[in-house]
Write a protein that binds this ligand. Structure first.
Ligand code: SAH
Ligand code: SF4
Length: 387
């Protein structure tokens, strides 16, 4: 099988080049061509020795993921569906804001954790993505956006591992991908602009702290074990106290001095004042001194058959106010890309799904009694195969 150079961080690429009898600086050159310039052909790499340029195509490739579709939201959000073979697809979402451009990247096709409120979880687990498949999402999006927006500068300034899958259950492939995102010869992100979101895979939170301590978001969703067990099944293995201990161990290495807790607001399930009070007690008292944190309330994005509804706007605001008044900085996440099903937890990844966006949107309108925020509904999502 031919080697795909997207599978390597710089260390891996250096080892590969050494096997070919090439020095480290050649690996740096190659790495820069691939990730900084978006090259996919060796004959473009004009400053490589001609002999190497001619040798490379027989031993390796730069193979991106095929794009199945692209949808553009009225609010500027762009969602791609990438083919990862065997009928599986993963989604990647670009979210532009005034001062940054964030890419939400997938780590697995499906997810084995099976959270009740997550459509990826409902879909089950297909397989881990390789390093090359994780990086191909960023590689493609960055270079597409530079052309699309006619930008000589970097467009993607932040990456969040919040697409499909549980990144810390695919640690082996994740780590070289993160290192490449941080590498100055590639995407040059700072550690605080790269966030790993986890449902709480405790042993790998410790590994990440040692190997590559980027910003950490922890999907909490409940203030007690009984409720969290029912929402995030992984809680039965790593209950809240162990999870918060792991957060405390992570903090000394973290690029920020707080952990972000994500909390999906579910009507009548976890959104009552007593839940807010329990949550406050938990994060202010755990381990004696509490866990330095910010809380991000995510309005639940409904999907068919979830049996759940988003909390009414007033309940979300009341919940947030209680937490803020209790001294824990809390924000409500804006819903982006709603008209193209690009919001959290809507990344179903079924190839057939992409043709049904309009139908599902209509269904959702009936399901949601009180939408939290409806992003300007533009024209029907644009579908296209090629950039
Ligand atoms: N597996 C990781 C990262 C991917 S999920 C994790 O769980 O953290 C990214 C975020 O989207 C998580 O906080 C997750 O809880 C949230 N999410 C999942 N489904 C959602 C939904 N239907 N509505 C709102 N947020 C959802
Ligand atoms: Fe997996 Fe995260 Fe969805 Fe839970 S919320 S099922 S961990 S992707």
């Amino acid at each position: 099988m031919t080697v795909n150079l997207l599978d390597f961080d710089l260390e891996g690429l250096t080892a590969f080049c050494e096997q070919l009898g090439e020095k480290r600086f050649r690996a740096v050159q190659l790495f820069r061509w691939i990730h900084q310039k978006g090259a996919s052909r060796f004959d473009e790499m004009t400053d490589l020795a001609k002999s190497l340029r001619e040798k490379l195509p027989s031993v390796c490739t730069i193979t991106p993921l095929p794009v199945l579709s692209r949808q553009d939201s009225a609010d500027g959000t762009i969602k791609w569906l990438f083919d990862v073979g065997d009928g599986n697809a993963v989604e990647t979402v670009f979210i532009p804001e005034d001062d940054r451009g964030t890419l939400c990247v997938s780590s697995q096709a499906g997810c084995a954790v099976g959270c009740r409120f997550c459509s990826t979880g409902h879909q089950g687990f297909s397989r881990n993505l390789s390093t090359g498949e994780i990086l191909a999402q960023l590689w493609y999006a960055e270079h597409f956006l530079r052309r699309h927006l006619n930008s000589p500068e970097r467009v993607i300034t932040n990456v969040v591992m919040m697409g499909m899958g549980e990144p810390l259950q695919n640690y082996g492939a994740l780590l070289p991908a993160l290192r490449t995102m941080l590498d100055d010869h590639a995407y040059g992100l700072s550690r605080r602009r790269l966030t790993v979101s986890t449902s709480g895979v405790v042993p790998f939170m410790d590994r990440l702290a040692q190997d590559c301590p980027v910003a950490l978001a922890v999907s909490l969703h409940a203030p007690n074990d009984a409720l969290r067990d029912s929402l995030v099944p992984l809680n039965r293995k790593y209950p809240i106290a162990e999870l918060l201990d792991a957060c405390l161990r992570y903090l000394p290495a973290a690029p920020r001095d707080f952990i972000t807790f994500e909390y999906c607001m579910l009507d009548g399930v976890n959104d009552q004042p007593e839940h807010a009070q329990q949550l406050l007690d938990l994060v202010r008292r755990h381990g004696g001194r509490g866990v330095p944190c910010k809380i991000n309330l995510i309005p639940f994005n409904p999907f068919p058959d979830s049996g759940l509804r988003c909390s009414p706007r007033a309940a979300v605001l009341r919940f947030g106010q209680m937490l803020n008044e209790g001294g824990v900085v809390t924000t409500v996440r804006k819903t982006r890309g709603d008209d193209i099903d690009a919001a959290c937890g809507q990344l179903a990844g079924d190839v057939l799904d992409r043709t049904n966006a309009a139908k599902r949107l209509a269904q959702r309108r009936q399901i949601i009694e009180q939408p939290v925020r409806v992003v300007g509904r533009g024209p029907a999502p644009v579908k296209e195969g090629q950039a």
